[in-house]
Write a protein that binds this ligand. Structure first.
Ligand SMILES: NC(=O)NCCC(=O)O
Length: 413
């Protein structure tokens, strides 16, 4: 199974020199296995790693020539797959096409801020065009896509990248949303002009008519490693909205929210059929978690998840520390890309490149969500009443954990 429609650089030993961020010269674990295992063993490994959809390996789908040509001209990875659902007697299939874009920044972080933003927008534009040419219905960009992920620095000057909800990047995407009849989820640094000009980490959801459907603000703000984001913005105040779009019901769980199962649950309870997880995270911190958390959320909540992570290493003008004893440094480490989709039936796509820009496309029959709810009954068997009473007790200052102590605990045998 190789779904690459773009021009792929040589892999493994054929790679001229292992590209920074590659896995020994390979763009992804999937491609490493594909190149080094026999076809039979690769099939078995893929079955175990990616699961099966309707009893079969996920099929790659072919894309229009225009999409492949853009991928080749702008050197981005493009992959495309199809999640099926069973045929139903009473409902028609609800197949939609969904896209995820991952990218590196375009010019050094020392450049003029206006130039940096412009260069990123110019870089991402052909990828959005490629998605539009491929007939993508819903597209999601990465977290804070208009800027370098400068929150490691704690320097306040990066707040200048913040924009009002209807600002420059939204206007840019509104035109494209209209042109391609596409819903676009745009995660930005938001400047809340009506509330003291404070800053939020926000996803703007743009409808396929170019209208702003609404926003969601990141619920969980990290305080881990160099992710010093609490210096810039507070925990979001928008709850867990689900946006009913022309193509399906979507939610946005921004980055660090993926470590919180109740955050995922809340989007599910509000009826999401797809939850996007636009992220910015680095290999040393989170890579072992990356393929697990989103996939688990898709399984536990019977919805699709689209996971997106930026790529590359962003070096900042001034070195910084984060109070963790590490020597001062000027970058976060490598953002490992690896964007992918997970489905409610536990299947998932391979990941995009670990170091190149990329566009992941997947067709998905949203009927799968209810079919999996009916099959596994997770909603029916959940004990929301007991969780709710535990949580309300837990919130009380005099909460006592329900622990039953073995009266013989200190008695020698
Ligand atoms: N952007 C962000 O919230 N990153 C935190 C690190 C992580 O969750 O892996």
């Amino acid at each position: 199974m190789d779904s690459s429609n773009g021009e792929r650089p040589p892999q493994g030993e054929d790679a001229p020199a292992a590209a920074a961020g590659s896995i020994g010269g390979y763009e992804s674990l999937h491609r490493l296995l594909q190149s080094n295992l026999s076809p039979e063993l690769f099939k078995e490994a893929s079955r175990l790693l990616l699961g099966l959809n309707c009893g079969r390996a996920l099929e790659a789908i072919s894309l229009p020539e225009a999409t492949s040509a853009l991928a080749k001209a702008h050197n981005f990875d493009v992959q495309a797959f199809r999640f099926d659902a069973d045929k139903e007697y009473l409902r028609q299939p609800r197949v939609i096409r969904v896209g995820l874009i991952q990218n590196s920044i375009a010019i050094p972080t020392t450049s003029h801020f206006a130039d940096q933003k412009k260069a990123i927008m110019e870089k991402v534009k052909p990828m959005i065009d490629a998605a539009g040419d491929a007939g993508v219905n819903i597209l999601c960009l990465q977290e804070a896509w208009t800027m370098p992920f400068a929150f490691c620095t704690r320097e306040k000057r990066w707040c200048e990248f913040a924009e009002p909800v209807d600002g420059e990047s939204t206007q840019f995407l509104q035109q494209l949303a209209k042109k391609y009849n596409m819903v676009i989820v745009s995660p930005i640094l938001e400047r809340d002009v009506n509330h003291g000009e404070i800053v939020w980490n926000t996803a703007v959801v743009i409808g396929n008519h170019g209208n702003i459907i609404g926003i969601h603000r990141k619920n969980h703000i990290p305080r881990v490693g160099d992710f010093n984001e609490s210096t810039y913005y507070m925990e979001g105040n928008t709850g867990h909205p689900v946006f009913e779009t022309a193509y399906g019901k979507i939610g946005v769980n921004i980055c660090y929210g993926r470590h919180h199962p109740l955050n995922w649950l809340a989007f599910g309870l509000n009826g999401a059929e797809i939850v996007f997880n636009p992220s910015a995270t680095v290999g040393e911190l989170s890579e072992p978690m990356w393929p697990i958390e989103a996939r688990n959320a898709a399984i536990a909540n019977s919805y699709f998840v689209g996971s997106i992570n930026r790529v590359g290493t962003e070096v900042f003008p001034n070195p910084f520390t984060s109070g963790d004893g590490k020597p001062q440094h000027a970058d976060f480490g490598h953002f490992y890309g690896s964007s992918h989709f997970s489905a409610p039936d536990a299947s998932c796509t391979p990941s995009l490149s670990r170091y190149r820009d990329g566009l992941m496309i997947s067709d998905m029959d949203l009927n799968l969500c209810r079919q999996i709810k009916d099959k596994w009954g997770f909603r029916m068997t959940a004990r929301y009443d007991t969780y709710a009473s535990l949580l309300s007790e837990y919130l009380k200052p005099d909460f006592k954990p329900q622990v039953i102590v073995d009266p013989l605990i200190n008695k020698s045998a």
